[in-house]
Write a protein that binds this ligand. Structure first.
Ligand SMILES: *Cc1c(COP(=O)(O)O)cnc(C)c1O
Length: 357
């Protein structure tokens, strides 16, 4: 593909930071860059505690384990999202109860979430899908613990509060195509000190440096390496540049692609979208994607609804029709910080001609 879906923005500081970590021989999960990265993210997410992990999916898994979620428990997950939150719930042995999304935010429908609650419900994973926060206060009113999956929401806000700060705890992903990257990586961000201690224990084999090889709890190795964290420190220092860069690209898509055949996700007046990959809705989605791909543009259909996937459809107890409809009518457009105006213009004009057919 000539025009990729996403591109990592590096300015030399990442290479330098990784080189320094190598030169110092600090490459495993116990190096100082890990703590520095956690502190930088904690500041952005307005959280007292951050624990870095090897991926966003692992962050969800260790958070669920730390909350004591396991077999017999249920966790409410939106039926339309990248698969990770549902997979994480399965990986800890619990049931991901799929719940429909609402048409104005494309995030968990609070009404549907409320109806999905049973005595076994332990948490709701509110995915800030495509950078748009869910209706967090309505979800909190259910009394169930809310976890924010902010993997796609770096730089977004909900009622002035940053994504990553919402609910009992949040997770970020720092995969290469996310707005801030460590290559592969993630973190759990939270305010509760006891929860943070549990997460930290589980991430590191259930062990503390105070008493090596002693295990009060069963843990795993979900650590982020110091190499990845060094890269991440350099990226986190560019947080504003990298998140605004994507917001600018999204704003241009919104202003230049406005027709009856191409629509954008509505943005509630109580959020600032933390732009990640810009998604549009079109009538004949598959034909539009085919056209763009033939032109060398890596546009992609969005995720199928989880309620339609073999591995997850058994977990849908109610209709997820909005999720199904959005999954069939939306596509992802190339988006990255620093995307050139010429490159974006080409995507815009090819999209316009495909949608006009
Ligand atoms: C990317 C992503 C994750 C997990 O990310 P990895 O770091 O790739 O494991 C979790 N949730 C959502 C919504 C994502 O988009």
């Amino acid at each position: 593909m000539r025009i990729p879906l996403s591109n990592i923005s590096m300015n030399g500081s990442e290479t330098r930071a990784v080189g320094e970590a190598c030169a110092a021989g600090l490459i495993s999960g116990t190096g100082p860059a890990v703590r520095e990265f956690e502190q930088l993210i904690g500041r952005r997410a307005a959280r007292a505690h951050v624990v870095a992990t090897g991926s966003g999916t692992l962050a969800l898994e260790v958070l669920l384990l730390a909350l004591g979620v396991g077999p017999g428990d249920e966790v409410i997950v939106p039926a339309w999202t990248f698969v990770a939150p549902a997979a994480a719930v399965r990986r800890v042995g619990a049931i991901p109860v799929l719940c429909d999304v609402d048409i104005d935010t494309w995030t968990v429908d609070p009404q549907a979430a409320r109806s999905a609650i049973t005595p076994a419900t332990k948490a709701i994973i509110a995915v800030s899908l495509l950078g748009h926060a869910a209706k967090i206060d309505e979800l909190l009113e259910t009394g169930v613990a809310v976890i924010e999956d902010a993997a796609q929401a770096h730089g977004g806000t909900y009622m002035g509060r940053p994504s990553g700060s919402l609910g009992l705890a949040s997770v970020f992903s720092f995969h290469a195509n996310k707005s801030i990257s460590t290559g592969e990586g993630g973190c759990v961000a939270m305010d509760d000190e006891d929860l943070a201690e549990q997460v930290r224990l589980i991430v590191n084999h259930g062990m503390t440096s105070a008493r090596p090889y002693w295990h009060d709890v069963v843990g795993t190795n979900a650590r982020m390496s110091n190499l990845a964290a060094a890269f991440g420190v350099a990226q986190a220092q560019r947080w504003t540049e990298l998140t605004r860069g994507r917001q600018q690209v999204a704003a241009r898509y919104r202003s230049e692609l406005s027709s009856t055949s191409i629509t954008h996700r509505p943005v509630a007046d109580w959020v600032v979208e933390g732009s990640w990959i810009h998604v549009v809705r079109v009538a004949d989605r598959d034909a539009v994607v085919d056209h763009l791909r033939r032109k060398g543009i890596d546009a992609r259909p969005t995720w199928p609804a989880l309620s339609e996937l073999p591995a997850y459809r058994v977990f849908a107890r109610s209709s997820c029709s909005v999720a199904a409809e959005l999954s069939r009518s939306t596509l992802m457009l190339p988006t990255w910080a620093g995307m050139g105006v010429d490159v974006q213009s080409e995507v815009i004009s090819e999209l316009q001609s495909a949608a006009a057919r």
